[in-house]
Design a protein around this ligand. Structure first.
Ligand code: OOG
Ligand code: NI
Length: 268
């Protein structure tokens, strides 16, 4: 699949899940701004046929290069950043949950989901907008997961799909910083993720980031119960030059740790 088709499909699936993102992008475009993406991100489980190392080949096949690993001890996550083959394309952030670190009960719920995956569904990069590859859990199971890992609960209902696009703030003309993006988000009636502060990172770590709180939608759980769930969010990133004059390409674990909470409905 060519990379433009990949991003067209990914964006369509993403704005279906995240109407606020389309509204924010449209507001920028109507002011004459060029909306480029700094990065996109995906979440997965480290078991079955959807481990990070099973999904990574689809990213490498599009010409991406593996860059840096990141570890999130409290959230039980591992991640990698990937550098695109061209400067106008987004970086990719791919994380996976260390399922073996969950309680036996939560592990059993996750394993029941992953056991249902048909490995032939994992054949190309379209896996990144396929959603849940399993029958969704009951609301009780979802809540049990959320008690231990908001990431696991989110992934159990939203499945494999882009969990955020990220506006490249360096490419905007009238907006100079993350807080100006936050203000626009609020002006449009959407919420900012304030966990870890409204602006995460600093020029000293060469990356500043902010994000919305994820869109919320009614979701039908196994058994028919309907409850609101967090879907996906929009992020904003501003990068700085390092001592050699190169634009910083990595992520910042301390900031990422808080950006994950953009999908956390219990903490808003
Ligand atoms: C990813 C959170 C981290 C970043 O740019 O540091 C992140 C996620 O929510 O899955 O996006
Ligand atoms: Ni991000």
């Amino acid at each position: 699949m060519n990379i433009e088709t990949f991003y067209d499909n990914l964006w369509q699936d993403y704005i279906n899940m995240t109407p606020q993102a389309e509204a924010i992008a449209d507001a920028l475009k109507s002011r004459g701004e060029q909306v480029l993406n700094d990065h996109v991100a995906f979440r997965t489980f480290n078991i079955g046929p959807i481990r990070l190392k099973d999904l990574e080949p689809f990213i490498l096949h599009m010409g991406y290069t593996r860059y840096e690993p990141y570890n999130f001890p409290a959230k039980k996550l591992d991640a990698y950043g990937y550098i695109p083959p061209r400067d106008d394309l987004p970086r990719i952030f791919l994380s996976e949950l260390r399922v073996e670190e969950l309680s036996d009960n939560a592990q059993a719920i996750v394993r029941r989901l992953v056991d249902q995956i048909d490995p032939s569904d994992i054949k190309d990069a379209s896996v990144f907008w396929r959603g849940p590859l399993w029958e969704v859990p009951s609301y009780e199971e979802y809540q049990e997961l959320a008690d231990e890992s908001e990431y696991a609960a989110w992934l159990s209902v939203i499945g494999l799909r882009c969990n955020h696009f990220t506006i490249n703030v360096n490419a905007l003309n009238q907006i100079n910083g993350i807080e100006e993006m936050n203000a626009l988000v609020e002006e449009l009636g959407f919420k900012v993720n304030e966990s870890g502060g409204r602006v995460k990172g600093s020029p000293a770590v060469l990356l500043e980031q902010g994000s919305t709180k994820a869109s919320v939608m009614p979701f039908t759980f196994k058994g028919g119960a309907v409850h609101d769930v967090s879907t996906c969010y929009y992020e904003f990133a501003k990068r700085y030059l390092d001592d050699e004059g190169n634009l910083y390409q990595g992520f910042v674990a301390a900031s990422a740790d808080k950006i994950f909470e953009s999908t956390d409905m219990r903490n808003s």
